[in-house]
Design a protein around this ligand. Structure first.
Ligand SMILES: *Cc1c(COP(=O)(O)O)cnc(C)c1O
Length: 389
């Protein structure tokens, strides 16, 4: 095992300003959940995303769950969801006892295939059971093809929830990622582009729905002094202390996007002549925050595959990861319906087999990144020698 310091996939990166907000909360004794930091954090996110409102929550998962509740998802209903994503995108579908239907990726963005979505919607229409919502994920910061997906969903009258947990700071045709669907969801988990250590945000232009989200997130308390409840609620609100961390992080969000994009470019330049490496594309007219640098490896040519590369990096105390395992392949979702982009091939499965995420944290130094690059180059040389090139 290497004795060098560990390089993480995506470590939290504080600006230093977070402590001032926490200090302020301590001085004014706003330790309880809710308070001025929560209000300010919500306004800043809403302004950044260009939407009418935002509700700060305990996690991105809670935000997806509330969005489903607000769209009236109930037991037995269908919800469509991108398959190539983290399990948190789809777990809330199960919370509601609804049926997830998974949609393949397409190669241009690695995100939801409009082709596959179109087929799934047509089938659902024929069966008289359209989904109550479509959850579209913007993987690793890259926006999905929202124009195509949006016009399909409009045609069938199905609302979109944008899972923008990984894409805060990204833009699609000049619009903030997460601001396009009926609801958008951000996450401030420790590994995301900015963090509150744990937290999430629900954004929308539907202010009535956001009022209902606040109500549900605070135990659905009716307006009565004696704690009366007529609906089932949750304890999903963000604490005023953590919102202070979020305010400190918002001040550096654009810097963080810049840093991650620069990291992506350095990797791309370092491996420009390795034909077997294909970096995750950036769709025209979109700007990715490049939360994680992701690429695919053509095993045949490179002589090294995902596993060998991950092992070599792990031996140097460097954390890297395969691309998310598609949800339709997860034991949890066994038997769920799945629509592919092309009849002959499942794109998400190919991306899973060949994809790698490299360390991409904004606090990673140039020297750290060089260590990652050198380790990968060394592995490529060894495998080239082995196959006699
Ligand atoms: C992180 C993440 C979430 C969940 O966010 P939490 O704040 O951890 O609950 C949801 N979807 C995707 C795609 C994510 O990466």
């Amino acid at each position: 095992m290497s004795t060098q310091d560990r390089i993480y996939l995506s470590a939290p990166h504080m600006s230093g300003k977070e402590l001032e907000y926490i200090q302020e909360a301590f001085s004014s004794n706003w330790i309880a959940p809710l308070g001025p930091n929560v209000d300010a954090f919500e306004s800043e996110i809403a302004a950044y995303a260009g939407v009418k409102g935002a509700v700060a929550l305990s996690s991105g998962t809670a935000a997806i769950h509330l969005a489903l509740r607000l769209l009236g998802v109930e037991r037995g209903d269908r919800v469509f969801c991108s398959t190539l994503t983290f399990v948190a995108s789809a777990n809330p579908i199960l919370y509601e006892g609804a049926e997830p239907v998974f949609i393949d990726s397409e190669p241009d963005t690695w995100n939801m295939s409009p082709e596959a979505l179109g087929m799934a919607l047509a089938d659902a229409k024929r069966e008289g059971k359209l989904p109550k919502a479509v959850i579209v994920v913007h993987l690793y910061g890259q926006s999905a093809k929202m124009a195509e997906i949006g016009s399909l969903c409009d045609r069938y009258g199905v609302p979109i929830i944008e899972d923008a947990a990984e894409s805060l700071g990204s833009a699609y045709k000049g619009q903030a990622s997460g601001s396009i669907g009926r609801f958008g969801v951000y996450s401030f988990n420790g590994n995301k582009i900015i963090t509150t250590s744990g937290g999430g945000m629900l954004v929308s232009n539907d202010e009535a729905a956001l009022r209902q989200a606040r109500f549900l997130a605070t135990q659905a308390r009716d307006p009565a002094p004696h704690y009366q409840h007529s609906a089932m609620g949750y304890n999903y609100r963000m604490s005023n202390l953590l919102a202070g961390v979020g305010l400190g992080q918002m001040q550096v969000l654009n810097e963080r996007v810049h840093a991650r994009r620069a990291i992506f470019e350095r990797y791309r330049e370092a491996f420009a002549d390795v034909q077997e490496f294909q970096f995750m594309p950036e769709l025209g007219n979109t700007r990715s925050n490049r939360w994680l640098t992701a690429l695919t490896i053509e095993e045949q040519g490179a002589g090294t595959g995902v596993t060998a590369l991950l092992d070599a990096l792990a031996a140097e105390n460097i954390e890297a990861r395969p691309v998310w395992k598609p949800l339709h392949l997860q034991p949890l979702f066994k038997g769920a319906r799945y629509y592919t982009d092309q009849a002959e091939e499942s794109i998400s499965e190919r991306l899973f087999r060949t994809g790698v995420c490299l360390p991409s944290g904004s606090s990673m130094t140039a020297a750290d990144q060089q260590r990652v690059i050198d380790c990968i180059k060394h592995t490529l040389q060894l495998s080239a020698a082995k196959i006699g090139r």
